[in-house]
Design a protein around this ligand. Structure first.
Ligand code: PHE
Length: 340
C-alpha cells in the first residue's frame, strides 16, 4: 500500500491532480482516514502495531505530498518569472521630448543680452489703433509713408475708427513713453503683421524694438549699443558695421545698419570678409514723436531701433527659408529646435 500511495503522489502530473490524491488518501473519506477509523474495532495489541504502522505511513505520505506540492509551486513561480521577465537589453523606445522653437530660443537670447545692458521688457497689443501705429509715429493721415506698410485693417468700429494689426513694434515706443518718465531703456519683442507673402515675407513675423530716452543721448550711444548687441548675439568680436542713411518717419536722422560678412562656398560667415548684410533700421527719435508723447525735445532725446527676429535667427542658425518657421513641420522643428 505504501508503494502504491507514494507512486500516486509522484505520478500526479500537476497541482490539481495532486490535490485529488491528497483528498482520496487523507481527506475525510480518504483511504488512510478510513483505516484510522477502523482502529477502534481492533484489539489493543493489534491496534498498537497497526496504529504505529499506519501513523508512519500517514507521515510518509504527508511528507511526499508536501514535497511534491512545493515542487509544483517552485515550477509555477519559475514559469511566471520567465514569462514576466523584463528584457533590459532591449533598446529604449525613441522618446519624444519637445524642442524649443528657434523663435523662442532667439527671444530668450536677445532678452538676455539686452537685459545685461540694463534694458527692461515692454509690451503692447497686437491690435493697434491708428494713433499708436501711425499718427504718433509721425505718419500724418494720408502720408505716403503709410503705404510702405501693407497694413491689415480691421472692420470700422461704431465710432468710425479703424484698428489695424500692428505693422511694426514701434507703437510700443509710444505706449512706453506715455506710461513712464525718462530715463527709458526698453526692448519689445513681438508679433507684427503685413499683408505680404513670398520667399522672404510672411504675413506674420516678429520684430525686436529698442528705445532709449534720456538727456544727452546721441548717435554714438546708438552705435555702441548696437555693436555690443551684434557682437554678443553673433558671438564675434570687432564686427565691421556701416550705418547707411535711410528714412523712417519717426526717426531723424535715420539709418539702416549693415554688418560685415563673407560668403564662401555658399556658407555665410558674420564678422569677416568684404560683404555687407542689412540687419536693422534705427535712428534718433524724431522731435514730433517726443512731442506726441508729451515730451519736450529740448529736454530729452533718444534713439530707437527695430529688427526682424526671424532674419537674425536665420543668419545665426543657417535657416535658408523664412516660411519654414511657421510650417510646423516636425522634422524641421527637430532639426532646428533647441533641447529643453
Ligand atoms: N519700425 C521700423 C520698421 O518696421 C523699424 C525701425 C524701428 C526703424 C525703430 C527705426 C527705429 O521697418
Amino acid at each position: 500500500l505504501r508503494a502504491e500511495l507514494l507512486a500516486a503522489v509522484s505520478d500526479a502530473p500537476d497541482a490539481d491532480a495532486l490535490e485529488k490524491v491528497r483528498v482520496a488518501v487523507m481527506g475525510k473519506k480518504g483511504r488512510i482516514t478510513d483505516m484510522m477509523k477502523g482502529l477502534g474495532q481492533m484489539d489493543p495489541d493489534e491496534r498498537r502495531t497497526f496504529g504505529a504502522a499506519l501513523n508512519a505511513l500517514k507521515d510518509d505520505v504527508a511528507t511526499a505530498l508536501d514535497g511534491r506540492k512545493a515542487a509544483f509551486e517552485t515550477a509555477a513561480l519559475n514559469a511566471r518569472l520567465e514569462s514576466e521577465r523584463v528584457d533590459v537589453s532591449l533598446t529604449a523606445r525613441p522618446d519624444s521630448d519637445g524642442t524649443l522653437h528657434p523663435i523662442s530660443q532667439t527671444i530668450d537670447e536677445v532678452i538676455a543680452i539686452f537685459g545685461q545692458m540694463g534694458f527692461e521688457l515692454a509690451e503692447g497689443p497686437d491690435i493697434e489703433d491708428d494713433f499708436h501705429n501711425f499718427t504718433a509715429l509721425n505718419f500724418p493721415p494720408g502720408h505716403p509713408a503709410r503705404e510702405m506698410h501693407d497694413t491689415f485693417f480691421l472692420p470700422e468700429r461704431e465710432d468710425g475708427s479703424r484698428h489695424v494689426l500692428r505693422t511694426h513694434t514701434s507703437p510700443v515706443q509710444i505706449r512706453t513713453m506715455q506710461s513712464r518718465k525718462p530715463p527709458i531703456r526698453v526692448i519689445c519683442l513681438g508679433r507684427t503683421y503685413r499683408c505680404d507673402s513670398d520667399m522672404t515675407h510672411t504675413p506674420m513675423f516678429h520684430q525686436i524694438e529698442g528705445l532709449v530716452i534720456d538727456t544727452n543721448i546721441n548717435m554714438g550711444h546708438l552705435k555702441g549699443c548696437l555693436k555690443e548687441f551684434v557682437e554678443a548675439y553673433f558671438e564675434v568680436s570687432d564686427v565691421p558695421m556701416q550705418f547707411r542713411p535711410s528714412f523712417f518717419p519717426f526717426t531723424e536722422p535715420s539709418a539702416e545698419v549693415d554688418i560685415g560678412c563673407s560668403r564662401k562656398n555658399g556658407e555665410l560667415k558674420i564678422g569677416e570678409g568684404d560683404g555687407w548684410l542689412e540687419i536693422l533700421g534705427c535712428g534718433m527719435v524724431h522731435p514730433n514723436v517726443l512731442k506726441a508723447c508729451g515730451y519736450d525735445p529740448n529736454e530729452v532725446q533718444g534713439f530707437a531701433f527695430g529688427m526682424g527676429l526671424e532674419r537674425i535667427a536665420m543668419l545665426k542658425y543657417g535657416i535658408p527659408d523664412l516660411r519654414t518657421f511657421f510650417d510646423s513641420d516636425l522634422r524641421w522643428l527637430r532639426h532646428y529646435g533647441f533641447g529643453c
